[in-house]
Design a protein around this ligand. Structure first.
Ligand code: UD1
Ligand code: CA
Length: 456
């Protein structure tokens, strides 16, 4: 049977107290609305329509690459009104439509498939996805006749004392027969506590027309809606747990999952060990057998096999195999660190490549540079890449030994197999095989202290 989806994403989300539209708030690195779209697409529903309104352009920009169509809700008059705004999308369609709210990111592909199968097998005109919860506060309640057949949904603010005690809630996710939905929507009004056109009212309308209604229940961990920052953190916690369990099932050791923050797109290979306090973000790949000691942030980067990272920040960069980074290193975007490299404490690398086997062990800045293989950087080397106006490039060839406290004033080229004496300020290219010394010669003034009468 033909199926399509409508996702409601036009609301402002007043309770978030934010300048960002609610549905663009992120859970484990992905916008809530995009979780909903991705799961629907994974459940093989291709034709997806997003109802947008508040912050429409922002929502559109953040969802465009997912190939959805859009309907526009000018004024936010309620969830029922939002679906009415998708009438052009639904017109002349026959089959099933699933309707989802964009502020419930935890729903899974399996539950979406189960909802549709249940709906179609049972030949229902409407099927509601529900959850049984300890604290139903804020949610619409499912009203059943004599504890069986669904009669209607009553919003929290419209509930009687008795109805408030019902702990089966409306997830805001449904499957409808398209024609039945369209005809019932024409009959809703805004005669309720919030003076809104509620989508939930179509259930009672269909019931009164003796249409067959279904309901299926899934755990609250999948249906929880996000209306506030507190609920955002609760959704994040559930998603974090899912992501960490997925990695552990794939053979990654996570010492303390509660304090390990891995975003949804991150990939981690087998036998990598992750200590607490790591934040791994964006499009990051950690290859096998790595050890991430505590407290690093790694974003949009690749870490090669058998590498060790400790208390460092690595952004938009590539780190090779058998390399160690940190503690306290800062690898800034567009850096490429080779294999068997050591980047030690208080080292900053910016937009530079570091060749295989090179050691930059401590207190060094390398910016806009190309460093060869098997080099050794002494403590306190600075690549002086900025003259106040422009940034220029430094090249250091293979097998170079850069003595402690060297300044490399760029643009400058240090050729292969060279030595630079400690304390040098290098302004001219160093030829292959040379030793460069660029500092004043030492002068000893014998007896100077006594002569000046400075002896203590
Ligand atoms: C809604 C349901 C409630 C359910 C809960 C589940 C209604 C009337 N109530 O309540 O039964 O338990 O979700 O989370 O449907 N939206 C629009 N246009 C509007 C209003 C809302 O697009 O005019 C969108 C919002 O962006 C949001 C979704 O619809 O993504 C739900 O709106 P929200 O105001 O959060 O509804 P709830 O009060 O949570
Ligand atoms: Ca909501």
């Amino acid at each position: 049977m033909y199926k399509c989806a409508v996702i409601l994403a036009a609301g402002e989300g007043k309770r978030m107290k934010s300048n960002t539209p609610k549905v663009l708030h992120k859970v484990c690195g992905k916008e809530m609305v995009n979780y909903v779209i991705d799961n629907i697409k994974e459940a093989n529903i291709e034709d997806v329509n997003l109802v947008i309104g508040k912050g429409a352009n922002l929502v559109k920009n953040s969802t465009e690459d997912r190939k959805v169509s859009y309907s526009f809700q000018d004024k936010q008059l309620g969830t029922g009104h939002a679906v009415i705004c998708a009438k052009d999308f639904l017109a002349n369609k026959k089959g099933s439509v699933v309707i989802f709210t964009a502020d419930a990111p935890l729903i899974t592909k399996d539950s979406i498939e189960n909802l549709i199968n249940f709906h179609e097998k049972g030949e229902y005109k409407a099927t509601i996805l529900t959850s049984i919860v300890d604290n139903p506060s804020g949610y619409g309640r499912i009203i059943r006749k004599d504890n069986s057949e669904v009669q209607k949904i009553v919003e929290h603010k419209d509930c009687s004392e008795e109805e408030l005690n019902i702990n089966e809630i409306n997830s805001g996710m449904y499957c409808f027969d398209i024609e039945s939905l369209i005809s019932s929507l024409s009959k809703i009004n805004n005669d309720n506590a919030q003076e809104e056109y509620y989508l939930t009212d179509v259930i009672e309308i269909l019931k009164n027309e003796n249409k067959k209604l279904g309901a299926i229940s899934v755990p609250f961990e999948e249906t929880m809606g996000v209306n506030s920052r507190l609920q955002l953190s609760q959704a994040e916690k559930i998603m974090r747990k899912r992501i960490n369990e997925m990695h552990m099932n794939n053979g990654v050791t996570i010492i303390n999952p509660e304090s390990t923050y891995i975003e949804c797109r991150v990939k981690i290979e087998q036998d990598t060990i992750i200590y607490p306090g790591n934040v791994i973000q964006g499009n990051t790949l950690i290859k096998k057998n790595c050890v991430l000691y505590p407290n690093s942030r790694i974003k949009d980067s690749t870490i090669g096999e058998n590498s060790t990272i400790q208390s460092s920040v690595i952004l938009d960069s590539h780190v090779g195999n058998n390399t160690t980074v940190g503690p306290f290193a800062y690898i800034r975007p567009e850096s490429i660190i080779g294999n068997n490299v050591r980047i030690g404490d208080f080292v900053e690398i910016k937009k530079s490549s570091i060749g295989d086997g090179t050691k930059v062990s401590h207190l060094t800045y390398i910016g806009d540079a190309e460093i060869g293989n098997e080099c050794n950087f002494g403590c306190g080397t600075v690549v002086v890449n900025y003259d106040g106006k422009v940034k220029t490039k430094t090249i250091v060839g293979d097998n170079s030994f850069i003595g402690c406290n060297t300044n490399l004033i760029s643009p400058v080229k240090v050729n292969n197999d060279t030595y630079i004496a400690a304390g040098s300020t290098i302004t001219d290219d160093v030829p292959k095989g040379a030793l460069a010394i660029a500092r004043a010669k030492q002068v000893n003034k014998e007896g100077w202290v006594a002569k000046k009468d400075l002896k203590k």
